[in-house]
Design a protein around this ligand. Structure first.
Ligand code: SF4
Length: 251
């Protein structure tokens, strides 16, 4: 990840951070576009950049209530970029048989989650109160590979966070640095994918995983510039508007 820029005006602020991060993603794509590891490299860069910069931005903040053994926010809609979807797809494909031996039928779970939840709006998804198919005994089976959207949700108070996730009208103290850095890193990655001519939308995770798991050549299609995940794109993310913002920020 290019630099650990403090997100203050003295250090160039969010736009400088966005540009440097997007440039670094672009270099990774240029160097590895035809390599099968591209997806893993981009995700490692995104997750590492998120963790390092959140640590800087959070200095002096209270201790988070999130300690990895809480699935409270895993009932909300999760959106992800294509590299994050394909990284999880590979993990699920490789481990599905081992999970099945333990009675965890992950492929069936994802298919069912796509059918029941894949087309829901954010509000409908919250109202459904259905756990992510990757949750097992309140733990994420793919915790180290979870998308930026999951990493960006962090709270200072477990009780009010759980209540807010249930849709109750409470003010949950959420970590702003997690939200801001998640958004900047995710957008920087999407801007770099866009410049490279790769599909750069945001996808509903259950639908996207089900598509990618059902089509063995989905990753190759995506690398060649097609969008095999198109039907999983969330309708409330406007590609034209987002592209215009990226162009304006990148100059
Ligand atoms: S991917 Fe993991 S962390 Fe994200 S919602 Fe699903 S279970 Fe929770």
């Amino acid at each position: 990840m290019e630099g650990r820029i403090k997100l203050t005006s003295a250090d160039g602020g969010p736009s400088a951070f966005f540009k440097a991060t997007s440039h670094a993603f672009g270099e990774t794509i240029d160097a590895g576009r035809t390599r099968p590891e591209l997806v893993a490299l981009l995700c490692a860069q995104a997750f590492d950049g998120f963790a390092k910069n959140v640590a800087i931005q959070s200095e002096g903040d209270p201790v988070l209530a999130c300690h990895g053994e809480c699935a409270g926010c895993c009932r909300l809609r999760v959106v992800a970029t294509a590299p994050e979807v394909f990284l999880l797809t590979r993990f699920i494909s490789v481990n599905a048989a081992a999970f099945a031996e333990r009675g965890i039928m992950l492929l069936n779970r994802i298919e069912a989650a796509d059918r029941a939840l894949g087309a829901l709006t954010e509000e409908q998804r919250m109202a459904a109160q259905a756990a992510c198919p990757l949750i097992e005994r309140e733990l994420c089976l793919a915790y180290k590979l979870r998308p930026l959207a999951c990493r960006g949700h962090a709270a200072f108070d477990k009780g009010s966070c759980l209540a807010a996730a249930r849709g109750e009208a409470v003010e949950a103290p959420i970590s702003t640095p997690h939200l801001v850095v998640r958004s900047l890193v995710q957008n920087a990655l999407m801007a770099a994918l866009r410049r490279a001519g790769l599909a750069w939308g945001l996808y509903e995770i259950n639908k996207a995983l089900n598509i990618a798991l059902s089509a063995p050549d989905a990753l190759e299609q995506w690398i060649s510039g097609d969008d095999p995940l198109m039907s999983a794109r969330i309708p409330d993310f406007d590609l034209i508007e987002a592209g215009a913002i990226f162009d304006a920020v990148e100059g």
